[in-house]
Design a protein around this ligand. Structure first.
Ligand code: ADP
Ligand code: AMP
Length: 216
């Protein structure tokens, strides 16, 4: 299965990606995770990306596209992949479509997690992530069994630096202006499967798998 997952920050892309990986066992390529990994290792790329991420702005395309190109051309993507957080603007979408044409990478569907913006403040400010395995939790909607500790690996949970009300505002501005046109673009090409992401995690999961079974 070859998929892109899109939606506003906090829509549930990371959470649904965990379910998709369990089923399809494909590489989960999250550009946000890749930037955070670079930052944790204090690479030049990570340190450059940090300012943009903290402000809730997009990292420049030249850096982002390089990162994705290197990752998508690795052999483990040949049989399937899940792209999360990319493409996020028209230039990135163009790059991706050119790559589809030039390689036999392929794309089956774009999963669009459609959520009302008023749900997002609570989701984003309550989000906790495992430092080790990157599992996603929520202090109210999806708590770990032991506070601050990952159920899956025992790692420490942390809160992202950009999971503040202030940064969320800017991220939603970037999403509306730059990413929503990309969803329309894929819609016209017939790739988009809509999922109502306002529902419980269980119901979103169920609807998402149903939408993938439909023959579009
Ligand atoms: P994204 O990757 O799209 O930014 P996440 O998957 O990290 O979003 O989800 C954001 C937060 O909301 C996390 O804390 C997650 O546990 C929680 N969450 C995800 N989906 C739902 C849902 N359907 N209902 C309630 N909370 C959710
Ligand atoms: P995410 O983990 O998807 O919420 O992304 C966190 C931050 O990483 C974003 O607010 C951006 O600053 C940066 N980022 C992630 N993916 C991209 C992308 N495709 N293009 C530009 N910036 C990105």
């Amino acid at each position: 299965m070859k998929l892109i997952i899109v939606g506003a920050p906090g829509a549930g892309k990371g959470t649904m990606s965990e379910e998709l990986v369990k089923k399809y066992n494909f590489p989960h390529i999250s550009t946000g995770d890749m930037f955070r990994d670079h930052l944790a290792r204090k690479t030049e790329l990570g340190l450059t990306a940090k300012g943009y991420m903290d402000r809730g702005e997009l990292v420049p395309d030249s850096l982002t596209i390089q990162l994705v190109k290197e990752r998508l051309t690795r052999p483990d993507c040949k049989d399937g992949y899940l792209l999360d957080g990319f493409p996020r603007n028209e230039a990135q979408a163009e790059f991706f479509m050119n790559m589809l044409e030039e390689t036999n990478l392929g794309l089956d569907a774009v999963l669009y997690l459609d959520v009302d913006f008023d749900k997002l403040i609570k989701r984003i400010t309550g989000r906790r992530i495992c430092k080790e395995c990157k599992s996603v939790y929520h202090i109210e909607f999806s708590p770990s069994k032991e506070e601050g500790i990952c159920d899956n690996c025992g790692g420490e949970l942390y809160q992202r630096a950009d999971d503040t009300e202030e940064a969320l505002k800017q991220r939603l501005t970037a999403y509306s202006a730059e990413t929503m046109p990309v969803i329309n673009f894929f819609e016209k090409l017939g790739y988009v499967r809509h999922v109502n992401a306002n529902q419980s995690i269980e119901k979103v999961t169920e609807d998402m798998f149903k939408s993938l079974e439909e023959n579009n």
